[in-house]
Design a protein around this ligand. Structure first.
Ligand SMILES: [Zn+2]
Length: 399
C-alpha cells in the first residue's frame, strides 16, 4: 500500500512546535508556551519527543534578564536527508538536500520519460544511490523522497493519471517503487505544482497568494493559496493551457493536443511557437530553439514571443481578477527569452485586470529557473515529514 499524504499536523502537536521553531517564532520554552497556550509541562514533553528524534539543537543562552539565561532552541536541519527528482519530458534534475532544503549535491540528467516507468525509475534509483555516495551519506539517513512528473498526478496516492506524454505511466505506483528500498514517505506531484512550491518556499514564504506560470513546451499554472499548493477537487487546478482563446475570424483555427480548438497552449506555448516559425521557413525544433532565436534577435521570433506573452497575459488577467494574487512568478524555458515574454504578459495583465487587483501585484521572472522543480520536490517532502504525522521522523528512534 502506498503511503498516503497525511492530514495537516495537529495544531498543538510536536510538529507544530517544530514549525514555530523553524520559522523563528519560538526559540525558548517561554516563547512556545506564549504562542501556543500550552502548559509548560506539555511543551517540555513535546520538546523531549523532538529531541529524541534529533530534530532540535540547543544554541546557547539568550539575553539574560537576571539569573541563568534560557537555552535557545533551534531546528537541527541535518537530522535527515531528502532525495528529490524533477523529471521532465527529456531532461531531469536530481538532488540530495538536508531538512532545510539546502542542496548537498545535485545533477542534471537526460532520460526520455516516454521510456516508461520501470526504465525511468530504475535510472532515478541508480542516480539517487550515486548522489548519496558522492556526498558520503547513507540510505538510512533518508527521511523522504519527492518526485515531480511532467503530467497529471493524483497527489494523495502519488499515481499518474492519464498523462498525455508518458506512455505506460497511467496508474503506475511510483511511491511503492521507492518505498520498498528506503521505507520512507514518497510524495509525487506534477512538475508545475512542485515548481510553484519551490519558488514560494525559496523567495516568497511570507506571501499568502501566488501564481506560478510555466511557459515551456506546454503551458501550466501552479496555485499557492494561504501558503499551500491548491490542487482542486481532482488535481486539475491551474490547467490554464487549455483555456480557449478568442482568435480573430481571419485566423485559422488551431487544433490542440487535447482535441479542442484554439487552446492557449496550442497558440502560445514554446511548442506552438516552434511550429509557427517552422511554417514561416525558420529552423526552430522546439521551445529552446525559439528562445535561442529570440536571444539572437531574429525579428519573427521576438515578435512571436511577445505576442505569446500577450495571449498568456489575457488568461492571467482573468485569473488575477478572479484570484487576486500578490505575486506572479513566470518560469519555464520560454521565460528566458530576453524579457519579451514577461513584457507581453505585463502589458496585458496591467491593462485588463482591475486596478484594485493589480495595485500591489508583482510579476517577476523565476529566479530559480530550471532548479525550481527539484527544490520544490524537496520542500514538499520536508513539510510532510516535519509535520511528524506517520513518518519515520515521527516515531522515536531506537537506541
Ligand atoms: Zn487544449
Amino acid at each position: 500500500m502506498a503511503e498516503r499524504v497525511s492530514p495537516a499536523a495537529s495544531p498543538t502537536g510536536a510538529g507544530s512546535l517544530l514549525k514555530l521553531i523553524r520559522e523563528g517564532e519560538g526559540s525558548t520554552r517561554a516563547d512556545l508556551a506564549r504562542r501556543t497556550g500550552l502548559a509548560r509541562s506539555t511543551i517540555t514533553q513535546r520538546l523531549d519527543q523532538l529531541q529524541r528524534r534529533g530534530l532540535l539543537k540547543e544554541v546557547g543562552g539568550s539575553e539574560s534578564t537576571g539569573g541563568r539565561p534560557p537555552m535557545l532552541l533551534a531546528f537541527n536541519e541535518n537530522a535527515g536527508l531528502v532525495l528529490a527528482a524533477d523529471l521532465g519530458a527529456t531532461h531531469s534534475r536530481l538532488a540530495v538536500t538536508n531538512l532545510a532544503g539546502e542542496v548537498l549535491v545535485e545533477e542534471r540528467g537526460e532520460i526520455e520519460i516516454a521510456a516508461g516507468p520501470e526504465a525511468v525509475l530504475d535510472w532515478v534509483e541508480g542516480r539517487f544511490s550515486k548522489l548519496l555516495e558522492s556526498c558520503s551519506r547513507q540510505a538510512d539517513e533518508v527521511a523522504g523522497i519527492g518526485i515531480g512528473l511532467p503530467g497529471p498526478v493524483e497527489h494523495a496516492t502519488g499515481l499518474p493519471r492519464n498523462p498525455p506524454i508518458m506512455p505506460g505511466w497511467d496508474g503506475f505506483p511510483v511511491p511503492e517503487r521507492f518505498a520498498g528500498r528506503y521505507g520512507v514517505p514518497v510524495l509525487v506531484d506534477n512538475d508545475v505544482n512542485i515548481m510553484a512550491l519551490g519558488e514560494h518556499w525559496t523567495d516568497w514564504r511570507e506571501v499568502e497568494n501566488l501564481l506560478f506560470v510555466k511557459v515551456g513546451t506546454g503551458i501550466g499554472c501552479g496555485i499557492v493559496i494561504d501558503r499551500a499548493i491548491h490542487r482542486g477537487a481532482d488535481g486539475a487546478a491551474g490547467d490554464i493551457g487549455h483555456v480557449r482563446i478568442a482568435v480573430d475570424e481571419r485566423s485559422e483555427d488551431v487544433v490542440c493536443s487535447c482535441g479542442n480548438l484554439n487552446c492557449l497552449e496550442a497558440l502560445a506555448s514554446g511548442g506552438a511557437m516552434a511550429r509557427q516559425l517552422q511554417a514561416a521557413g525558420i529552423d526552430a525544433r522546439d521551445a529552446r530553439a525559439v528562445v535561442e532565436l529570440t536571444r539572437a534577435g531574429v525579428p519573427e521570433a521576438v515578435q512571436l514571443v511577445r505576442h505569446s506573452g500577450r495571449l498568456v497575459g489575457e488568461v492571467i488577467a482573468t485569473a488575477v481578477n478572479f484570484f487576486n494574487p500578490s505575486v506572479i512568478v513566470v518560469g519555464g524555458d520560454v521565460a528566458d527569452a530576453q524579457e519579451q515574454l514577461l513584457a507581453g504578459i505585463r502589458e496585458v495583465v496591467y491593462q485588463r485586470s482591475l486596478p484594485l487587483a493589480t495595485r500591489h501585484l508583482r510579476i517577476v521572472k523565476s529566479p530559480l529557473a530550471d532548479r525550481a522543480g527539484v527544490i520544490g520536490a524537496a520542500a514538499m517532502v520536508i513539510e510532510h515529514v516535519l509535520s511528524l504525522e506517520s513518518t519515520p521522523l515521527g516515531a522515536p528512534r531506537d537506541g
